[in-house]
Design a protein around this ligand. Structure first.
Ligand SMILES: [Zn+2]
Length: 347
């Protein structure tokens, strides 16, 4: 089978290769033909050599496929089912993290497409308990965004976002735009997207199409002034930070009201960043950090995707075939796009 293989550490060091198809085992008990696989932020970082990993492995984890066969005894899915996956596999269920309800932090867990072979390939085998069936009405190109949508939707659920909130989202990439949709679905009254000038041609129109009430260019506009004007001088209730930059974090702190909440969704990829600590204290802000998502919300994410399939179409700015992978990875690496999705099984 064809597979996108990360064959060595460092930048690039990826190529399309022929590999034997995987075999069903008692653990990886479902054999799936992959239809499409999205290029995630992690995939891009692996390609750029910026993501800690130990090649060789087949890349990719945000996929949609069709079950072709199952190991005896499998009941959760059957041949013909369309499925996607929660990509943190094999949590032990015994360690303290697992018992505390954080299986995604289990030391034994394996991240699909990093710690074991992934889904940028024609076939994959996976454990039935990590698979989710996809409603027929969601097209492949949208359904493969279920895992990132689950991450965002899950983070907004436990009281962090309250109906009627004014929400400021820092950044305008895929995470930010999925957060916009999830925030609207969770009852946010007003959602404001803050990006940079480079985002104007593609990301800003997508944000508007997805229902952003206002889109701000932080390089040419005074973001805190705009937010104060939009909130009767009070500031936003919730800031969702998706850039991992000093500017993003401090803009969030500056734009929140007293008692505001902040969700930090992006790594800085630096040792430390300088934050407006005292301002955050004086405003009595609540900060929550999200690194490895629980992905427990995938069925809710699929419901959101089912509700907005047509609206979400502009998110896939770089569709292609598996054979086009290099062009898609290179274009996305240059920035300004939103999501790349590679078709593996021909239509
Ligand atoms: Zn564990």
């Amino acid at each position: 089978m064809k597979a996108l293989y990360k064959y060595a550490p460092g930048a690039r060091a990826s190529r399309l290769e022929e590999h034997p198809a995987p075999q069903l085992t008692p653990r990886d008990n479902v054999f799936i033909r992959v239809s499409v696989c999205a290029v995630s932020a992690a995939d891009l970082q692996i390609y750029q050599g910026k993501f800690s990993s130990t090649p060789p492995f087949i890349m990719g984890h945000e996929f949609v496929g069709e079950v072709e066969s199952v190991f005896p005894g499998v009941t959760a899915v059957a041949p013909g089912d369309r499925v996607t996956v929660r990509p943190y596999l094999y949590a032990c269920g015994q360690c303290q993290s697992c018992r505390d309800g954080f299986p995604q932090y289990c030391e034994k867990k394996q991240f699909l497409g990093v710690d074991r072979d992934g889904a940028l390939a024609e076939y994959i085998t996976l454990p039935e308990e990590y698979l989710h069936k996809i409603p027929a009405s969601i097209p492949d190109n949208i359904a493969c965004l279920a895992a990132p949508m689950a991450a965002v939707a899950g983070e907004l659920s436990p009281g962090l976002l309250r109906p009627g909130d004014t929400v400021l989202i820092l950044g305008s990439g895929l995470t930010a735009l999925l957060a916009l949709v999830a925030a609207k679905a969770a009852g946010a009254q007003k959602v404001i997207i803050a990006g940079v000038t480079q985002d104007r041609p593609v990301r800003f129109p997508a944000a508007t199409a997805l229902g952003a009430d206002l889109v701000v260019d932080t390089l040419t506009q005074d973001l805190p002034a705009v937010i104060l004007e939009e909130t009767q001088g009070l500031g936003a209730h919730l800031a969702i930070e998706t850039t991992g930059t000093e500017a993003g974090v401090n803009n969030a702190i500056d734009c929140l009201r007293v008692g505001g909440r902040m969700a930090c969704l992006a790594q800085s990829q630096r040792e430390s960043i300088a934050a407006k600590w005292d301002t955050a204290m004086e405003k009595f802000l609540t900060l929550r950090f999200f690194h490895t998502s629980a992905y427990t919300e995938i069925d809710r994410a699929l419901k959101i995707l089912e509700e907005y399939p047509r609206e979400l179409k502009p998110l896939v700015t770089h569709p292609g075939r598996l054979e086009d992978w290099e062009r898609v990875f290179e274009t996305l690496s240059r920035g300004g796009g939103i999501a790349g999705v590679l078709r593996i099984r021909p239509l």
